[in-house]
Design a protein around this ligand. Structure first.
Ligand SMILES: *[C@@H]1O[C@H](CO)[C@@H](O)[C@H](O)[C@H]1NC(C)=O
Ligand SMILES: *[C@@H]1O[C@H](CO)[C@@H](O)[C@H](O)[C@H]1NC(C)=O
Ligand SMILES: *[C@@H]1O[C@H](CO)[C@@H](O)[C@H](O)[C@H]1NC(C)=O
Ligand SMILES: *[C@@H]1O[C@H](CO)[C@@H](O)[C@H](O)[C@H]1NC(C)=O
Ligand SMILES: *[C@@H]1O[C@H](CO)[C@@H](O)[C@H](O)[C@H]1NC(C)=O
Ligand SMILES: *[C@@H]1O[C@H](CO)[C@@H](O)[C@H](O)[C@H]1NC(C)=O
Ligand SMILES: *[C@@H]1O[C@H](CO)[C@@H](O)[C@H](O)[C@H]1NC(C)=O
Ligand SMILES: *[C@@H]1O[C@H](CO)[C@@H](O)[C@H](O)[C@H]1NC(C)=O
Ligand SMILES: *[C@@H]1O[C@H](CO)[C@@H](O)[C@H](O)[C@H]1NC(C)=O
Ligand SMILES: *[C@@H]1O[C@H](CO)[C@@H](O)[C@H](O)[C@H]1NC(C)=O
Ligand SMILES: *[C@@H]1O[C@H](CO)[C@@H](O)[C@H](O)[C@H]1NC(C)=O
Length: 859
């Protein structure tokens, strides 16, 4: 329990010492960056840069200047002596938050629904370019945690899919796209951050929960590797520059102070060479977090706007007093600068030209403390959203899943009378950006709410686009009822209509904002705003009803999906600014749907398992969220309990049809797996700074901004400078065993290269099959490869590969996918490595997780 004890001594806000609760094993020292796997060049440049820095300059790179002190949501200190501006961090995963003249891209969940690697990459690149041109260095996205354990999870839509392979592929493609455009990707949230409730003590207190510590998620080692860590491994392998540690605890140790998750899993086993940054305000301890593997504190202050920091001056002191070895500080700075050079930021950098806190041209330089401390041009209104509408529209259409179609779609556009029904078809009367961080469900839903949103440059509603399409195609009538409780008006219109298009939605978002009593996480899985009744009212009088859903994830559709008058159902997710155009493209056949559902549509909530925790379950202490379902979430849970969903994971129809034949599995020549052995090099410091305390006093010349976080000291008396009431405890009480050990350390058997042991990525089987378009239109089919790993504890099947294949009418193509060694392995907690079990394994190829047309044993 020592690891927990020191944490509680170091800071009063930390350290749940619950002997009966699950605990996270200590892992020290924090692995130092080595410049491996494509990082050599960037690492060398970073070493060269950091070797020139003083102690205060290095500390500056590790710590934000404080909440709302600069233009970005977070900015590190700068190195004026070398003309180096602080690093600008900006939200979020689907576009630039707190800025205008930017794009609002489709959400991550829509990217997953496309099952299209190239679109994911292109979206990442397009977003990265916008960030780069606005002067942001780090894009806070994408998201692979939450992965989507519970369907109500408020931020699931920011990520991709509850399947780790799908999420891993799209995380990696997004990372590559963004970083190729020259911004550092900060993948979040590491790890186990699967719900909004109880993530932050203060936030929970604000909602009336009396808890003293954030929730703790308990994840066993096998589940960690086979599910939650999986996509992070893909991202590390893709060269991700940064990873954000999470607010909540893992095994009762905070995400940003957990040596097991950061040091062992991320930096040792996955050999991550970039930097770990805190979620905003998730920093809760000084020295302990440095040892546990944290590299950058954001936005720098203890509590947002406090003016104090666990790092900043405290980190300068911790190095000066000999507690934190200089090599650990240097490693933080080297990791940050490696990421900077890796993405080529040094060649693309422009000064930040937007301001997160005002859209006015002039404003306070330090919004936190007001214009009396500097007033200037803070916004250049640079337009970076140029030319992205076609891409956004394409992703919107290609992510729209055709769940049901009794032959009515596509529409011709020449229908005599088209009825458009539902608030979700029309605009937000308050304006598309009328609610703070999109925290309302007014009008059509094209994104969730919270920090993972961007201002719409415009928002095409379904009503706009459908009316325009109809007017372009012929001379049909079209009318619109967007009042969801105006039943008589709905019926009047729908009963006359040749076709009624009903638009409904369900929203969710981040926990700091509540909408209709939903604290980020959804309170239920039903439609919002009376959606079911709008559908029933329409379908009761119109025998040609089509339902379109804009939802953040699965909703319960059992009460209406099989109504005889409901002829087609579409899920359009959260398509972003081109929402209306995208759905019109599908409804009128401009685009033949090829999307597949990235999650399961169950008949009831219970069949998903993995309940979200809405109530305190540990007195006033950290709520305990036990991931007892293991790897059995979404389709794996349905398969395990033999529960038939309404629409299964991977399901999605097309306006054409496909046939599958001729499955072949070829064993490839692969070298036998070699667990990694050997040692790292010892830790080294590129610089050896002066340890003279007086050199780090506030410079005489400085114009001190109130509440600003500096690397300087205001006294050569350490205790006074630190202002920490625990200052000077004997170090053996809080320095974990081994934390300062700078000698060569053993490599992890499953490690040795970014993303893990290279042998895990070796291709061991090739799967091919023949796919034919048997229908009457060209179309795309997503061919899916599932594997039964065969063991008694394994899911019935797991997704292991896929490809989206475009086929002309009558055309036949060969689908092929490769399985890597990781794909056919299980995590073995005993050897701490991946192993291929002796159980017989079967490969399935199909058009969904339950339409497995072909199968064969793995030879
Ligand atoms: C959490 O505890 C479980 C069970 O003791 C263990 O398997 C797992 O590795 C631990 N994970 C972390 C992050 O501490
Ligand atoms: C640290 O960063 C701040 C803010 O950018 C800057 O004013 C200060 O000069 C920097 N200190 C050093 C030692 O470079
Ligand atoms: C929260 O719980 C603690 C411990 O039981 C108690 O002392 C405190 O008064 C409670 N606070 C509120 C606001 O109810
Ligand atoms: C140093 O950290 C302690 C908590 O560990 C905090 O209370 C104090 O305010 C910090 N000091 C400064 C100067 O930020
Ligand atoms: C060294 O400085 C850090 C940061 O202020 C402080 O937490 C720690 O108690 C100090 N240690 C000693 C031995 O003075
Ligand atoms: C917009 O949403 C807010 C928050 O839910 C709600 O209070 C308000 O009535 C809505 N406004 C309109 C015009 O729909
Ligand atoms: C589910 O939540 C939504 C949004 O708050 C609400 O409109 C709806 O009425 C709720 N459904 C049920 C069955 O309570
Ligand atoms: C739908 O209703 C119309 C008008 O009542 C009728 O002409 C038509 O045949 C019906 N279509 C179907 C498919 O039932
Ligand atoms: C750093 O410099 C000091 C003073 O010159 C010296 O005593 C110390 O050994 C040096 N440390 C390293 C790691 O080079
Ligand atoms: C010295 O720093 C501490 C922590 O920042 C602060 O509480 C104190 O007011 C400062 N004193 C002066 C003279 O600036
Ligand atoms: C430092 O780590 C190495 C490698 O794990 C180990 O052999 C050595 O005993 C450690 N040194 C100390 C002083 O603990």
């Amino acid at each position: 329990m020592k690891a927990l004890l020191w944490a509680s001594l170091v800071t009063s806000t930390f350290g749940a010492t619950h002997n009966d609760e699950q605990y996270s094993p200590p892992f020290y020292p924090s692995p130092w960056a080595k410049g491996e796997g494509g990082w050599a060049d960037a690492h060398q440049k970073a070493l060269d840069f950091v070797s020139q820095l003083t102690l205060a300059e290095k500390v500056n790179l590790t710590t934000g200047n404080g909440w709302m002190q600069h233009h970005c949501v977070g900015e590190t200190g700068s190195v004026p002596r070398l003309g180096f501006d602080g690093i600008c961090f900006q939200d979020g995963p689907l576009g630039i938050r707190f800025a205008h003249y930017v794009s609002s891209f489709p959400a991550g969940i829509n990217v997953a629904a496309t099952w299209d690697r190239k679109l994911a990459y292109t979206r990442g690149q397009a977003m990265g370019k916008e960030f780069s041109d606005k002067g942001a260095d780090v894009q806070l996205g994408p998201v692979s945690g939450p992965i989507g354990r519970s369907p109500e999870g408020g931020r699931n839509w920011e990520g991709f899919s509850p399947d780790p392979v799908l999420t891993g592929v799209f995380t990696a493609e997004t990372v590559r796209g963004m970083q190729d455009a020259g911004v550092i990707t900060s993948l979040k949230h590491f790890i186990g951050n699967e719900q909004e409730h109880f993530r932050i003590v203060r936030e929970a207190n604000g909602y009336g929960f009396n808890i003293s510590e954030s929730a703790s998620t308990q994840i066993d080692d096998k589940t960690m590797h086979e599910l939650y860590l999986w996509p992070f491994a893909d991202a590390v392998r893709a060269g991700v520059g940064s990873i954000m540690c999470s607010y909540q605890q893992i095994n009762n140790s905070y995400g940003c102070a957990n040596s097991y998750t950061m040091n062992s899993l991320l930096k040792n086993e996955l050999d991550f060479q970039g930097f770990v940054v805190t979620d905003w305000g998730a920093h809760g301890t000084g020295v302990a977090s440095a040892f546990a593997g944290l590299d950058v504190s954001m936005p720098g202050d203890t509590d947002l706007g406090s003016g104090f920091s666990y790092w900043g001056g405290n980190l300068t002191i911790a190095v000066l007093n000999g507690t934190v070895p200089e090599w650990r500080l240097d490693d933080m700075a080297v990791r940050l600068m490696s990421a900077y050079y890796k993405v080529g930021r040094d060649k693309l950098r422009v000064p930040v030209n937007f301001n997160s806190w005002t859209k006015h041209t002039y404003g306070a330089e330090h919004a936190m403390v007001g214009p009396q401390h500097g007033y200037d041009i803070v916004n250049q209104h640079v337009d970076v959203h140029r030319g992205q509408s076609a891409l956004i529209r394409k992703i919107g259409a290609e992510s729209t899943v055709l769940l049901k179609n009794n032959g009515v779609l596509p529409l011709s556009g020449t229908e005599k009378l088209t009825a458009i029904i539902g608030e979700d078809a029309g605009p937000n009367a308050w304006g598309a950006n009328g609610c703070e961080d999109r925290s309302c469900d007014n009008g059509t839903l094209a994104t969730g709410w919270g920090s993972g949103t961007a201002d719409y440059p415009y928002l095409i509603t379904p009503a706009d686009a459908i009316q325009r399409t109809i007017l372009d195609k012929g001379d049909g009538l079209v009318d619109l009822v967007t009042h969801n409780w105006a039943y008589d008006k709905i019926q009047q219109l729908a009963s006359q209509a040749s076709v009624a298009l009903v638009f409904v939605n369900a929203d969710a978002g981040e926990g700091f904002l509540a909408v209709d009593g939903n604290i980020g996480d959804r309170n239920n899985l039903t439609l919002w705003k009376n959606g079911e009744e709008v559908i029933r009212q329409t379908a009761s009088v119109c025998n040609n009803t089509v339902v379109v859903m804009h939802t953040v994830g699965p909703v319960l559709i059992n009460s209406w999906y099989d109504h005889e008058n409901i002829k087609a159902i579409l899920w359009a997710g959260l398509p972003g600014q081109e929402s209306g155009n995208a759905i019109a493209d599908i409804l009128y056949g401009q685009v033949n749907p090829g999307a597949k559902s990235p999650f399961t549509w169950g008949k009831d909530r219970e069949s998903y398992g993995a309940p979200l925790l809405y109530k305190q379950n540990n007195g006033n202490e950290a709520p305990q969220i036990d991931f007892t379902e293991g790897v059995f979430i979404d389709y794996r849970a349905f398969d395990k309990t033999n529960t038939t969903p309404i629409y299964e994971f991977g399901h999605g129809l097309s306006y054409t049809t496909f046939s599958y034949s001729d499955l072949q599995i070829q064993k490839l020549d692969a070298a036998p797996y070699k667990p990694t052995t050997g040692y790292t090099s010892p830790a080294s410091s590129p610089s050896n700074s002066s340890k003279t305390w007086s050199e780090y006093l506030f410079p005489e010349s400085i114009r001190k901004v109130p509440l600003y976080i500096y690397p300087y000291l205001n006294s050569t008396d350490p205790k006074e400078a630190s202002a920490d009431r625990h200052y000077g405890l004997p170090t053996d009480q809080y320095i974990p065993a081994g934390a300062t050990n700078s000698s060569a350390q053993p490599l992890h058997p499953a490690g040795g290269a970014p993303g893990g042991n290279a042998g895990l990525w070796e291709e061991v089987y090739k799967v091919t099959a023949t796919i034919t378009n048997t229908g009457t239109r060209p179309g795309d089919e997503v061919v899916q490869v599932y594997l039964s790993l065969g063991g008694p504890d394994d899911p019935q099947i797991v997704l292991r590969g896929f490809d989206k294949i475009a086929l002309e009418t009558g055309q036949t193509k060969t689908f092929s996918a490769v399985l890597t060694r990781r794909d056919i392995s299980n995590w073995d907690p005993v050897t701490q490595d991946w192993v291929v079990s002796e159980y017989p394994k079967t490969v399935f190829v199909g058009s969904s997780s339950r339409k497995l047309h072909l199968n064969a044993a793995l030879p």
